[in-house]
Design a protein around this ligand. Structure first.
Ligand SMILES: Cc1cc2nc3c(=O)[nH]c(=O)nc-3n(C[C@H](O)[C@H](O)[C@H](O)COP(=O)(O)OP(=O)(O)OC[C@H]3O[C@@H](n4cnc5c(N)ncnc54)[C@H](O)[C@@H]3O)c2cc1C
Length: 434
């Protein structure tokens, strides 16, 4: 196959691998990136919201040619029960800024664009090639390259960066991490609903490239821990829902069944009416948070992105953590190479040190107890119903005096969840949120 030694091999061409390969290649390192898909992005699934700050730190001028759909000017957070929606909405003209902060994107196009930038920076990118094995020095155990599903020997490199995403088996097979636990993984499904541009803009009250994102939780997940979303693209809506795999196992519910229910909800159906559904995809999301992060470095290897469980499920951030961990890994490798030091575990520990100081670890650490607190079926059944009932009581003008309405609302919470249940829910969420 390839008979030369690379400074680094990057496994995977998602946001983490691309950010890492770009960072190293643009600093003059000899980089090989291997991707199993037909092209970068062909196997990738995301909502997708792109957080500009993380990409800007890798490619400051990305807005010039990246395939961006809409910049987000409005966020809706919905708490749903079977017939109603209560929620929060924030829309601001301030988001119509010169350098918008969040965009919707379509990953297949975005990853392809990112990869072109990686290649222009000097990296060699080979697709339709699955890395099957990490090759180690038989005496020292140090990783010295990879073997692929193509014919030929192994490809040598000073360091291998595992950016293989959540489904990546390479690290697991090499014994670098244990298999994911079912309660650390969500399974999400997503559909693309196409609509004429002017219909979509009228439905969401949008002008030009303005966009709206909706995040939703409640009885739509039938007591399971999960969320749903609707994101506006230029001429399509990304619609999806996801829940913990352990919950799917326990309840026997199916992701597609949930998506169908979400689509038919009285608040969602009018948004999707007469749309043309063209794509359906399913993918996992690592949601174990800080406590599920595996060993991130060793002699001759590093882990970035979803493969390292870098997802902030509370804020629905993943691609930005992927790009940030990829960039930091690339910077560290370049720094060590520039000093002509070996890329061994001791020197690569700098990666973990830098991550500790970044928002990535600080945020994940902040929410370390939240996954457990959110694994509470009352948050997805009892409370959405109680809140809907309370708001309906409050908004109906029916001759009942307001004091009586207030009493009824308070009583309904204590009657349904009892004092101890309410106190323990509030306490565990507050503890997880610290
Ligand atoms: C439904 C859904 C909605 C989401 N919405 C959002 C959102 O709105 N915003 C957000 O920031 N994040 C979102 N995420 C999370 C986000 O998609 C991930 O955090 C992000 O894609 C992680 O990037 P990555 O590069 O680590 O992994 P991936 O994007 O999964 O890329 C890994 C790459 O490695 C390749 N690969 C794997 N194994 C091998 C191998 N052995 N050899 C060669 N190549 C290999 C794969 O083909 C793939 O291209 C969402 C995820 C899902 C599933």
């Amino acid at each position: 196959m390839i008979d030369e030694t690379f400074d680094a091999i990057v496994v995977g061409a998602g946001p983490a691998g691309n950010a890492c390969a770009y960072t190293m290649a643009s600093r003059g390192l000899k980089v090989l990136q291997l991707e199993r898909g037909e092209y970068p992005g062909s196997k990738n699934v995301q909502g997708a919201i792109l957080y500009a700050d993380a990409l800007e730190k890798v490619i400051p001028d990305f807005r010039e040619d990246a395939p961006l759909e809409r910049h987000v000017i409005e966020q809706r957070m919905w708490m749903m029960n079977d017939r109603s929606v209560s929620g929060m909405q924030y829309r601001s003209d301030d988001f119509n800024e010169e350098r918008p902060n969040r965009y919707t994107i379509i990953r297949a196009q975005f990853d392809k664009w990112f990869s072109k930038r990686v290649q222009a920076a000097g990296a060699l990118v080979i697709c339709e090639t699955t890395v099957t094995e990490l090759v180690r020095n038989t005496q020292t155990g140090r990783v010295i390259g990879v073997r692929t599903d193509r014919a030929g020997g192994f490809i040598k490199a000073d360091v291998v960066v595992l950016a293989e995403g959540v489904n990546g088996l390479l690290g697991e097979r090499a014994g670098l991490r244990t298999p994911h636990k079912a309660n650390h993984l969500a399974l999400a499904v997503k559909e693309m609903h196409f609509l004429p541009r002017d219909t979509l803009e009228a439905r969401f009250n949008l002008q030009g490239d303005e966009g709206v994102v909706i995040e939703a939780a409640g009885t739509i997940t039938r007591g399971m821990t999960g969320t749903a979303f609707v994101y506006t693209n230029k001429e399509s809506l990304s619609v999806g829902i996801g829940c913990l795999i352990s919950d799917f196992k326990e309840t026997g519910e199916t992701p597609y069944g949930l998506l169908e229910g979400f689509r038919k909800h009285p608040a969602v159906a009018p948004l999707l009416a007469e749309s043309d559904v063209k794509e359906y995809a399913a993918h996992m999301i690592p949601e174990g948070g800080y406590n599920a992060i595996p060993q991130l470095y060793g002699d001759g290897w590093l882990v970035v992105g979803d493969a390292g469980q870098f997802v902030n499920a509370v804020h629905r951030e993943g691609s930005n953590l992927a790009m940030t961990t990829g960039r930091i890994a690339g910077e560290v490798i370049h720094q060590i190479k520039a000093r002509r030091d070996p890329l061994d575990a001791e020197n690569l520990s700098l990666y973990a040190q830098k991550l500790e100081k970044s928002f990535v670890m600080k945020d994940l650490k902040k929410y370390r107890n939240l996954p457990r607190a959110l694994h509470n079926k009352h948050l997805f059944t009892t409370y959405p119903n109680l809140i809907s009932q309370a708001l309906q009581t409050w908004f109906r003008v029916d001759g009942v005096e307001k004091k009586q309405k207030e009493n009824e609302i308070v009583k309904s919470f204590f009657r349904t969840r009892k004092f101890t249940g309410l106190a323990s829910d509030v306490w565990s969420i507050a503890r997880g949120w610290r």
